[in-house]
Write a protein that binds this ligand. Structure first.
Ligand code: TXA
Ligand code: MG
Length: 331
């Protein structure tokens, strides 16, 4: 067994918090059945207590320990059989064993079976579920590398398990299964179309909710924000949307044919032109977005211009994160 996995297990068993890799983003985990331990997650992240956490489980044999599936079993098992372990979280009725702090007092719980070998190894040994939000300070960009976790939360966490860069790079799709028609609360790599075909019925299209008091913090109008001003420009455009001052960065979806021309358009040097993928691949764009934003946030820029992705497939989730990240700078 890897030493850091062993250290993480020991820390979790004594009620501490640790950072663990998942396939989506790094999580800040604690024993979900220990309310004092879960309280530490909120402290380290400076997260409002009103915001419920996702319960991570080892496999589908744990579902009945924590969830009351009487109302949704047929649909839930279709989702589980199609996508677990993987980047989709189901909201279902909870059982009493889950402390109120995990669900922010709500009668439903978000359950997820992550697809990362090291996270699953920790769960298997611990044999208790882990509450784990993304391992970023509340409102900031989610981490997709262990280094990013170290930079923003390093002082508050004793163990950070390095599982390499996350393969998906955006948080899991959240599917509310407590309603008569299942509904996506947060888009992710598993799309509405994929869910509809797994269920054999059409689910509602994702509608971005930008309320101030949403059910998922992924629905907050402003979230995932950089400190540096972030301004989006339409897909395919090769010119800045607004005037800018200070050092300018421009982030494109794919490698441009002529980076020099782009640099000229954006009134910046060639070294300040970046791209999220070589060829515009939507999964690569999603995978690299958060790491790019955090890297440029520390790069001394006055402004970051970022191209919006095509709104199809995983691009819907990527665009959703970008819109929320830029919302702070729109007012
Ligand atoms: O990919 C992921 O889901 C990552 C990794 C670490 O697993 N986790 C993650 O957690 O993104 P977090 O806390 O950053 O986002 C979880 C979202 C929150 O917006 C929360 O409001 C929502 O899930 N949520 C949790 N329980 C809920 C519930 N019972 N009802 C509605 N929304 C819930
Ligand atoms: Mg988060």
């Amino acid at each position: 067994m890897r030493n850091d996995v062993f250290a993480a297990v020991r820390e979790l068993e004594r009620g501490g918090v640790v950072a663990l890799p998942t396939e989506t983003v790094y999580g800040l985990a604690a024993n979900a059945l220990d309310e004092v331990a879960v309280g530490k997650i909120f402290e380290v992240k400076r997260r409002p207590l009103l915001n419920p956490l996702i319960l991570h489980i080892f496999d589908d044999s744990w579902v009945e320990r924590y969830a009351d599936t009487a109302d949704c079993a047929a649909r839930l098992w279709k989702i589980i059989n199609s996508f677990w372990p993987g980047p989709i979280t189901a909201i279902v009725k909870k059982k009493a064993i889950i402390p109120a702090i995990v669900t922010a007092g709500s009668g439903s719980v978000a359950i997820r079976c992550p697809n990362h070998e090291l996270f699953r190894e920790v769960l298997r040994i611990c044999d208790f579920p882990l509450a784990a939000p993304s391992a970023n300070p509340f409102g900031y960009v989610s981490p997709t590398t262990a280094e990013q976790v170290k930079q923003t939360l390093g002082d508050g966490i004793k163990v950070i398990v390095d599982g390499g860069p996350c393969s998906v790079g955006l948080e899991s799709t959240i599917l509310d299964m407590t309603q008569s028609v299942p509904k996506i609360l947060r888009p992710g790599a598993i799309t509405a179309d994929a869910i509809s075909s797994a269920l054999g019925e059409k689910i509602a299209d994702y509608e971005p909710i930008v309320a101030n008091n949403p059910t998922a913090s992924g629905q907050l109008k402003r979230h995932y924000c950089t400190h540096t001003k972030l301004v989006l420009f339409p897909h395919g455009n090769r010119k800045p949307a607004t005037k800018a001052s200070g050092k300018i960065a421009a982030v494109l979806n794919g490698k441009p044919v002529s980076p020099g021309e782009i640099a000229e358009n954006f009134h910046t040097a060639l070294e300040n032109i970046f791209w999220l993928s070589e060829d515009g691949d939507a999964h690569a764009i999603a995978r690299n977005l958060f790491a790019m934003l955090q890297r440029l946030d520390g790069g001394g820029y006055g402004i970051i211009f970022c191209e919006r992705p095509l709104r199809m497939g995983i691009g819907i989730a990527t665009d959703d994160r970008l819109l929320r990240a830029a919302a702070k700078f729109n007012d």
